[in-house]
Design a protein around this ligand. Sequence first.
Ligand SMILES: NC(=O)c1ccc[n+]([C@@H]2O[C@H](COP(=O)([O-])OP(=O)(O)OC[C@H]3O[C@@H](n4cnc5c(N)ncnc54)[C@H](OP(=O)(O)O)[C@@H]3O)[C@@H](O)[C@H]2O)c1
Length: 251
Amino acid sequence: MTNSRAGAPRPSRVLLLGGTSEIGLAILSAIGLSPDAEVILAGRDAQRLEAAGKALNRRVTVALYDAVDTASHQAFADGICAGGVPDLVIAATGIMIPQERAEDDVRLAASMIETNFTGHVTALLAFGGHMRRRGSGTIVVLSSVAAVRPRKFNAVYGAAKAGLDAFARGFADELHGTGVRLLLVRPGFVTGRMTEGMTPAPLATTPEAVGAAVAAALRGGKPTVWVPAPLAGLATAMRMVPRSVWRRIER
Ligand SMILES: NC(=O)c1ccc[n+]([C@@H]2O[C@H](COP(=O)([O-])OP(=O)(O)OC[C@H]3O[C@@H](n4cnc5c(N)ncnc54)[C@H](OP(=O)(O)O)[C@@H]3O)[C@@H](O)[C@H]2O)c1
């Protein structure tokens, strides 16, 4: 960790799980990394990771990482941490498969749960253990407004995000007082590759706006950030809608 001129800590070794994620890369661009910070982009395709590194306009290392290969996650974390425990781990892997496709082929539903939930749990427990032993570090978890209440058209994605959100809150409490911080990020609809072809939902936002909100939240001390901020109020209202009305919402 180094200090910026404003005095906020700047990470010197950063790992992005989901190294081609539009939101993850926007966070990296927004947090004001020092020129000599080490950035590791982890994902399943070396070429795509290298291309993402070029767009970041800085030297990066790429590491092969498959979110659904949960048995490899402890060894993956041990290997990364052997070169230095990251100061910042951003958990941005995710897939969104239309529910009707997951119903036609239930293996797709399993991969959505494994990528969006189980794989985060195993990877973050492994990295969190290393950070805790060192006594410092920050973990950023990309949850979603979808975690608030499942809708009939996204029951599988929503359930995975709800699981991840619950894990992140419990893990944040477990880490409290150890020197390791977990920031939970709940974006709404973010225009980009994952939502391509979908009609933007109310309060739709962009990867850049998520990046800026995460950067601001990292400078502050709150455990959770909604993007955009008014989504927090909308989420409260969403929880209060009667079930008979909620189930009639088509999208
Ligand atoms: N976009 C939204 O509206 C939205 C809203 C709320 C929350 N989120 C969450 O924010 C996070 C980032 O989303 P995004 O918009 O940046 O999406 P994105 O650009 O599609 O990025 C998703 C990332 O996950 C990686 N990934 C998928 N399956 C993987 C696997 N098995 N192993 C390793 N990496 C894998 C992808 O790698 P490849 O290059 O190999 O595909 C990509 O790097 C996700 O968790 C998403 O659920 C998104």
